[in-house]
Design a protein around this ligand. Structure first.
Ligand SMILES: Nc1nc2c(ncn2[C@@H]2O[C@H](COP(=O)(O)OP(=O)(O)OP(=O)(O)O)[C@@H](O)[C@H]2O)c(=O)[nH]1
Ligand SMILES: [Mg+2]
Length: 305
């Protein structure tokens, strides 16, 4: 019931979008006034500027009489959203040579460590061996948190004391991953340093050190964004896009937020694939992103048609 979980997790996002749409469709016909109202509903849902674009497309199609009836609108919207997410899904990289190094970045509290645990579990279930690197040496208890997850999953972890140089941890972790021949090394990082600039410099240093042993690593740099923060997540995406070579996104906390539509805005500032969605705090609450599943989960509604 993979789809069932996604559908349940995205309920709030779907509700804001579909409640407005259902009201709008009731007893209306396709005309200029309807199009205006539709734009407003879409704009107020967190899909933002994409809504305006989609309505412009619909207006053009309406003028050309390609779309005549209000009953055709839901399918039109669905097609438009799917189109805008073309190429948005991609599987996690898998290097031909072990290990595949996955660096996980993001601001504090975004959901990095939890997502790492879930990702480790996901990879484990696919039959891969995994090693974790506790690169968040900044926050006390960060190493403990990851160690706890590693213990539960029975996955080895490379760590040093709080305050250690994260690049040194990364170096050790890559050495261990190479020596043990693990399939995946997942590196945690700190979300907060004294300044955002320091954070970015530290990430650059980690990348340099990782490359000393595995030149093509990290094979993935995944940015974890907290979906509940909506516009803030979009700002973070554009900040990280400037400094770190992000290869993919994990949108955490998609459950319990009405702002799951922020995914569109996030990808408009950082057009990299969405690799996973976080759907809860449990170890199994991570799903590979799939465009159709996502669009259907936010747009499934019982309006006209
Ligand atoms: N509901 C929900 N909560 C989540 C999800 N992912 C993470 N969380 C919660 O978000 C909080 C922060 O998660 P962490 O994984 O510690 O975040 P972090 O980015 O590692 O934070 P720092 O280590 O402080 O930088 C925790 O309470 C998690 O349980 C998710 O997909 N859904
Ligand atoms: Mg953490």
């Amino acid at each position: 019931m993979v789809f069932g979980k996604l559908l349940a997790a995205l309920k709030k996002t779907r509700d804001v979008l579909t409640a407005g749409l259902s009201r709008l469709f009731h007893g209306r016909q396709l005309d200029a006034a309807f199009l205006e109202d539709l734009e407003e509903v879409l704009y107020n849902s967190d899909i933002g500027p994409i809504g305006t674009e989609v309505v412009a497309e619909l207006t053009a199609a309406y003028r050309k009489k390609e779309v005549r009836d209000i009953g055709e609108v839901p399918a039109f919207l669905r097609r438009q959203l799917l189109q805008r997410l073309q190429g948005a899904a991609a599987p996690l990289a898998k290097s031909a040579q072990r290990p595949t190094v996955v660096l996980v970045v993001g601001v504090n509290g975004a959901g990095k460590t939890t997502s790492i645990a879930k990702l480790a579990r996901h990879l484990q279930q696919q039959g891969h061996s995994v090693l974790l690197g506790a690169g968040d040496t900044f926050r006390a208890a960060a190493v403990e948190q990851l160690t706890l997850w590693a213990g539960r999953l029975g996955i080895p972890i490379v760590k040093q004391a709080t305050g250690a140089d994260p690049a040194a941890v990364a170096f050790d972790a890559v050495s261990a991953a190479v020596a043990r021949g693990v399939d995946y090394l997942i590196l945690d990082t700190a979300g907060r340093l004294h300044t955002q600039k320091n954070l970015m410099q530290e990430l650059e240093k980690i990348v340099r050190v990782v490359k000393k042993q595995v030149p093509e690593a990290p094979h993935e740099t995944l940015l974890v964004l907290d979906a509940t923060t909506g516009q803030n997540a979009i700002r973070q995406a554009s900040e990280f896009a400037k400094s770190a070579p992000v290869t993919g996104l994990i949108l955490a906390k998609m459950d319990g937020t009405a702002k799951g539509g922020a995914l569109f805005g996030i990808r408009s500032v950082l057009p990299v694939p969405v690799k996973f969605l976080g759907l809860g705090e449990g170890i199994d609450d991570l799903e590979p992103f799939a465009v159709e599943g996502y669009v259907d989960a936010i747009l499934k509604f019982d309006g006209a048609g």
